[in-house]
Design a protein around this ligand. Sequence first.
Ligand code: SF4
Length: 281
Amino acid sequence: MKRLPPWAKKPLGPASSLHEMKSILRKRNLHTVCESARCPNIGECFTKPTATFMILGDVCTRKCGFCSIDKGRAPLSVDPHEPSNIALTAKELALKHVVITSVTRDDLPRGGAGQFALTIKAIKDNIFGILVEVLTPDFEGDGEALKVVLDARPDIFNHNLETVPSLYSQVRPQADYRRSLQVLKDAKASGVMTKSGIMVGLGETKDEVKEVLRDLFASGCDAVTIGQYLRPTRQNLEVKEYVDPTVFKEYEDYGKAIGLKHVYSGPFVRSSYNAEKLING
Ligand code: SF4
């Protein structure tokens, strides 16, 4: 197993904000992707007016090689109180920017798009001026499902490509690279700000990453995040490489040079990390 280089180490940050957030979430039967994904930024993010909530339970119907979220047991039934509980929690925490993500629920009608719409609406009806970003699955390419989410008028539509096409069979076996690009293109056609993200260090080449950046630009994507893959558990894919910070800078410069408006590239960059910066700069 590769040794963690100094630039890939990060102190956890204040435990107090972590515990406070966790107790509030438990009280309302809510989930965050931060915990399941063992995100290195968890301590830092919970001190900011931004939070990411994971809807539709914590069991996924897919098996991505990089992800430590529960799979293989029956997904949970949809909680009808989840949208209002998230709105209540966002108000209580005085959040300015909320990211709504989910496990993939290929077992539900329209992949659970309705719960995204209800959650966006509950937050926007209760908190004036709050920014709502959605980080959605691909809904198996179902255009009607996408329309249900976009009609609820999120401020930012995010869908991650996660990696380069040649690695899909290991990293995202139930997803399709072209289908995910089409989801972003269709979302952009509705006029919403779009965003996508990939991880590096899974065995991709620099040329492959640059090709993905060109594809994202061609799909009209406004913002891209590029971060280092970190192995959450021994059941997950090995880290093939700890990418040097100079290479992250090269990707950032290349992305901006081809015309991408916002490119966040660095070892700890994640799709929701510093999400509020995208609109507020
Ligand atoms: S679809 Fe999302 S939640 Fe499900 S295994 Fe893949 S990354 Fe994890």
